[in-house]
Design a protein around this ligand. Structure first.
Ligand SMILES: Nc1ncnc2c1ncn2[C@@H]1O[C@H](COP(=O)(O)OP(=O)(O)OP(=O)(O)O)[C@@H](O)[C@H]1O
Ligand SMILES: [Mg+2]
Length: 275
């Protein structure tokens, strides 16, 4: 089986240049341990896909990578997550700055009810970014997100008037506008048609030159097409109370995970024999 359509990236089995390192991470919601003992490195300028069945903790792990879980009542992260070597849960770390450097794009496009221009300018304004020309920054962000040509004549119009696929690219442009290093995407194409999905996948390939991307996807072909590495998670009943806890089963290059899975659970999942 060869699912990997874009086989042009040769990546080493080990992450040689990690930009983020997840070490012994457990995430709890109250007393419930949602994921357990995750160890995972994300390579600089690579795309990493997180896959696995519903409820295995993909979104939970993704949100812990930029302290988005802080905003959820009762959520708690144990272990260490390092970004450029620094623990993002450290005492003196500003979570707002973490989220600026590590941006996020959600499943459902969520533009602000503002103009296209103001959606992009918002982040730089509220973070007090030094900007020589806001017009240039807006154009640059929209160009990088492959949306400029479609919106350049209606920048003052409401972002809510855009199509779903355009809104999602706007959200990517908005994430880019504050100059992050990493972009987290939680099922970014789940509400898009195949053409809009293809555009986002192409865009991800372009963005990987400048950014590191972590994407959660339920679409196996998408992981195979876009990701350099893939991490497979599953949820298993834990000893004791029988709650299902998410765990990382296998992590490797996308080619290895799809063509030569080492764990039976990975093999069953990618070949559609799961659940
Ligand atoms: N805000 C929350 N409060 C309490 N429990 C939560 C919360 N968010 C997620 N959980 C629980 O944590 C576990 C992992 O959920 P998570 O949303 O991370 O899974 P997922 O892999 O992203 O699933 P899906 O593929 O359906 O999006 C689940 O058991 C879920 O019920
Ligand atoms: Mg999820």
């Amino acid at each position: 089986m060869h699912l990997r359509a874009t086989g042009q990236h040769q990546v080493a089995p080990e992450v040689m240049r990690p930009i983020m390192e997840v070490e012994n991470v457990d995430v709890y919601y109250g007393d419930f341990r949602a994921v357990s003992e995750v160890n995972l490195d994300f390579g600089l300028n690579e795309i990493t896909a997180l896959i696995g069945p519903s409820g295995c903790g993909k979104s939970t792990i993704l949100r812990s990578l930029n302290r988005m879980n802080d905003l959820i009542e009762g959520a708690r992260v144990e272990g260490e997550i390092r970004f450029h070597g620094e623990n993002i849960y450290g005492k003196d770390v500003d979570p707002i700055e973490v989220r600026r450097r590590i941006g996020m794009v959600f499943q459902k496009p969520n533009p602000f009810p503002k103009s296209i221009y103001d959606n992009i300018a918002y982040g730089p304004r509220v973070t007090g970014m030094k900007v020589q020309s806001m017009d240039d920054l807006v154009e640059d962000s929209l160009t990088r997100a492959a949306l400029w040509d479609e919106v350049k004549d209606k920048l003052k119009q409401s972002a809510l008037g855009l199509s779903g696929g355009q809104q999602q690219r706007l959200c990517i442009a908005r994430a880019i506008s504050v100059r992050p290093d990493v972009i987290l995407m939680d099922e970014p194409c789940a509400s898009l048609d195949p053409i809009a999905t293809m555009r986002i996948e192409d865009l991800m390939q372009e963005l990987r030159e400048h950014y590191t991307i972590v994407i959660v996807t339920h679409n196996m072909q998408q992981a195979a097409r876009v990701a350099d590495r893939t991490a497979f998670f599953t949820a298993q009943p834990s000893e004791g109370n029988g709650d299902r806890t998410g765990l990382l089963v296998e992590y490797g290059t996308t080619a290895q995970i799809f063509e030569d899975p080492q764990d039976k659970r990975t093999e069953d999942y990618i070949s559609g024999r799961f659940g």
